[in-house]
Design a protein. Structure first.
Length: 136
């Protein structure tokens, strides 16, 4: 939704102050370029997921998995993973455990569909996720 890539957001979170200035945006782009030269996309995503805030005072995917689901991030199932990914737009406003917000339901359905189209799980799992996310 925003104008920054994950690499730019990682650069901002790791190296820059949160002030909003044109200079910060330029520095962010330069740092992001360096990160992309040095690291794989997978490593950039891993670092990003481990430094961002997932809710009030919850930093990193491991802490989020424990806070919301009382398990390790490696143990999350497809539904839990999609629910966490859906709140990245605003983790202070949305909860991965609630299904009452229409915007979050739609986001989760979209993520489930994209994952299914990329063959990350079968049709039965996809239908199960659609049914779960359509419940209120």
């Amino acid at each position: 939704m925003g104008g920054s890539t994950i690499t730019q957001q990682l650069a901002k979170n790791l190296y820059l102050k949160p002030t909003r200035t044109p200079w910060r945006k330029i520095r962010e782009a330069i740092i992001a370029q360096q990160l992309e030269k040095e690291l794989s996309k997978r490593r950039i995503l891993e670092l990003y997921l481990n430094v961002i805030e997932w809710g009030n005072g919850i930093y990193g995917i491991e802490a989020a998995a424990k806070a919301y689901y009382q398990k390790s991030a490696a143990e999350l199932n497809a539904s839990e993973s999609i629910r966490l990914a859906s709140i990245l737009v605003n983790p202070h406003r949305y909860s991965p455990t609630s299904n009452s917000n229409r915007r979050m339901r739609n986001k989760r359905l979209l993520l489930a569909e994209r994952m299914f189209k990329r063959k990350l799980y079968d049709e039965a799992m996809y239908q199960s996720l659609v049914e779960e996310f359509n419940q209120r």
